[in-house]
Design a protein around this ligand. Structure first.
Ligand code: M6R
Length: 366
């Protein structure tokens, strides 16, 4: 059932070209500009007209929500707040008319997320779900939604569910932007074309698994890791750190790269591995100076870069290239090497990657 892979997690990482494609199937067609999410069709106007979106989730699903925040704000110009479901449910959250709540959950059974939905409902919010498990409690509790079609995810560490969630949120944000008129026809077409190219770009990253394994081998000794990114790559940094923590038991933290100066930089020395999300997008120059700051303090840098970048390889210890894509879609390719890195580090440390200690696949108690 592992399809020849040593672990479910590795199988699921390698399934991503397909699971991303499945999450777009029938929904996107670049050649004639088709974009439709069946379950949201009759709610699209309300989504586009909403004054504020509150996204709730836990763990990796919360990270997908943070990516969604950038997407909805940038493309559809809708104000977004992303909340841990566990915090949201114990506050007295302010929900106004025209607010929409989006609940994200792979399992559809996470207790805190379900409770957050019930609370938002009691305050009269319209609730959308982005779930992977059909007919799950969260899917049933929401007013409408769009399923991710990642297929069953067995490994406790979420991988293909994350990229499927980001894919669906991207489709929702583009659809809202189109309906609202906040996206140009040209950018709309370009995004759809680039979306269709994502599965093959993810495949290209997967083909670098051997190289990533070699890098992982070098860093198996580490006791700490820092992950840094900006913009859409900031949630990817958080996700990379979570993946490493949960399966290898190495302490890791993700930060927005510019926050480093406000404290974490004190941790940098020659033993500190720092993973930079340094793809060529609008924050590239800023990331380059953040890399310089870490190198000046002898940190050991692994940089995820865009193919063809000739500058960063001269500055850092290791690079992993990912294909160029539209800036809004970068997380879908930049997260892949981080999943593989954490997988190989965990395997080399002899960890039970599919069932890490103290963790359950779905957290049905608070
Ligand atoms: O099933 P859900 O998406 O609601 O689960 C949320 C978190 O429990 C989950 O993402 C958890 O953080 C994963 N183990 C991360 O890999």
């Amino acid at each position: 059932e592992k399809g020849g892979y040593e672990h479910f997690m590795l199988k699921e990482i390698f399934e991503q070209p397909r699971s991303i494609a499945d999450s777009m199937r029938g929904r996107v067609r670049a050649d004639d500009g088709h974009l439709q999410l069946g379950g949201l069709r009759s709610y699209l106007d309300r989504l586009a007209a909403s004054k504020r979106i509150v996204i709730v989730g836990c763990g990796t699903s919360w990270h997908a929500g943070l990516v969604g925040e950038y997407l909805f704000e940038e493309l559809a110009r809708i104000n977004v707040e992303v909340e841990y479901a566990s915090e949201f449910r114990y506050r007295n959250p302010i929900i106004k008319e025209n607010d929409i709540v989006i609940a994200i959950s792979q399992s559809g059974e996470t207790a805190d997320t379900l409770a957050a939905i019930e609370l938002a409902k009691s305050k009269g919010a319209l609730i959308f779900g982005v779930c992977n498990v059909v007919g799950s409690s969260i899917a049933r509790a929401t007013d409408a939604g769009a399923y991710t079609h990642a297929g069953p995810e067995i490994g406790v560490a979420s991988t293909k569910a994350f990229t499927a969630q980001v894919t669906v949120l991207t489709l929702m944000a583009i659809a809202a932007a189109k309906s609202k008129g906040t996206i140009s026809e040209e950018d709309y077409r370009q995004l759809l074309i680039e979306l269709e190219n994502i599965p093959s770009k993810v495949q290209q990253v997967l083909e670098k698994a051997e190289k990533i394994k070699e890098i992982a081998y070098i860093f198996t000794y580490a006791r700490n890791f820092i992950y840094l990114g900006r913009g859409l790559n900031f949630p990817v940094a958080l996700e990379g750190a979570l993946k490493l923590k949960e399966i290898s038991y190495i302490h890791a933290e993700g930060y927005p790269a510019a926050e480093m100066k406000h404290g974490p930089i004190a941790l940098i020395d020659e033993d500190m591995p720092v993973v930079f999300l340094a793809t060529k997008d609008s924050s590239y120059d800023k990331i380059v100076s953040n890399i310089q700051e870490v190198k000046a303090r002898k940190g050991r840098v692994i940089a995820i870069i865009t193919e063809g970048d000739t500058l960063i390889p001269t500055m850092v210890d290791f690079v992993i290239e990912v294909p160029k894509t539209h800036e809004m879609l970068v997380p879908l390719v930049s997260v892949i090497p981080l999943q593989l890195l954490s997988y190989y580090v965990a395997v080399m440390r002899g960890r039970n990657v599919d069932q890490p200690r103290n963790l359950a696949k779905s957290v049905t108690v608070e």
